[in-house]
Design a protein around this ligand. Structure first.
Ligand SMILES: [Zn+2]
Length: 318
């Protein structure tokens, strides 16, 4: 089953980001607390309700410890191949860091991000990302804004600042992504501010941007219109992931926003044989998935499939 529109997916991701912001902002009130798991669960639930054709499975068993992934996205189709995003979620803490980035890794890896990176392979279309859950009151970092000043604002392809940008506002960073390679680079440095929100947000963009940056247009700035569904959007997403993870990160992708669909790509660097658990999931209804063999144990607790709709055939001319 394919999604009906990429525009609906990106719009839903933005709505979920705003909702995450609100929940984390509220969690600073006494007696409230949300951890990454409960945020991830409710976010995926909201996405399922808002995006027709989006398929989501949850499993009680997973190889999460071995992969370091909280959830896995599969994007593509059987003809053009599949891309996989493996994501690790970290929430912002009141000490202005993503404190859980200190979490140790599996099998001799120093950190959990090392485990996540080791399990991915760009030659097969597997990309590691961190998603940061953010939310704090307006004026917390800087008067009059929600933005974590002085973090670099990468959400504007027109290079405008967080004050002038019409593509996004700071709360769209409620769910923000950064390449795990960039996260590792920052966290491995012996810098006392290595886990700080300001430091890491400078390498991040709103998570909907993984599916394509809004196009630069000087006069009118808006986010997702129906044109995002045109053309081969799998190529555009692939190009975006390549730039975000290997060629310049968030600021590089912002600079290349107008031609992310033209990034030179090796379309062979995708997965054409889906793992056993994904094949088994596709034969069952989305929802709860109970693995019956070892090979059916998923890489992460949550698996999301974003399938490209089949190309519409043009009506024959008469
Ligand atoms: Zn802008």
């Amino acid at each position: 089953m394919a999604i009906e529109s990429l525009q609906a997916l990106c719009t839903a991701m933005d709505q979920v980001a705003l909702q995450t912001w609100r929940r984390l902002e509220d969690s600073r009130l006494p007696g409230r607390r949300f951890d990454e798991t409960s945020i991830t669960d409710s976010n995926l639930d909201a996405m399922r309700r808002r995006v027709p054709g989006l398929l989501i499975w949850q499993s009680s068993q997973s190889n999460e410890r071995e992969t370091g992934a909280d959830w896995e996205w599969w994007i593509g189709d059987d003809n053009e191949g599949w891309l996989s995003l493996r994501m690790q979620a970290k929430r912002a803490y009141e000490d202005d860091t993503y404190a859980q980035l200190r979490h140790g890794g599996a099998d001799g890896d120093s950190f959990q991000y090392d485990t996540l990176i080791r399990g991915c392979d760009a030659d097969k279309g597997y990309y590691p990302f961190h998603v940061f859950y953010n939310g704090w009151p307006k004026g917390y970092f800087h008067p009059g804004t929600h933005w974590a000043v002085p973090a670099q604002w990468n959400a504007c392809p027109n290079m405008r600042s967080y004050v002038e940008c019409g593509h996004a506002e700071p709360r769209h960073y409620g769910c923000a992504i950064a390449s795990s390679h960039d996260v590792k680079h920052l966290c491995d440095a012996q810098d006392p501010s290595r886990y700080s929100i300001v430091n890491l947000l400078s390498r991040a963009v709103p998570w909907s941007y993984a599916f394509g940056f809004p196009p630069p247009k000087m006069n009118q700035e808006h986010r997702w219109d129906s044109r995002i569904d045109r053309g081969n959007w799998l190529d555009r997403i692939h190009g975006t992931l390549v730039v975000l993870s290997e060629r310049g990160g968030a600021s590089g992708a912002r600079d290349a926003a107008g031609h992310l669909h033209q990034i030179p790509l090796d379309r062979g660097k995708r997965t054409f044989d889906l793992p056993t658990y994904v094949q088994s999931m596709r034969r069952t209804a989305p929802g709860f998935f109970e693995p019956s063999t070892e090979g059916e144990v998923p890489a992460a607790q949550h698996t999301v499939i974003v399938e490209r709709p089949p190309k519409r055939k043009r009506a024959p001319r008469r």
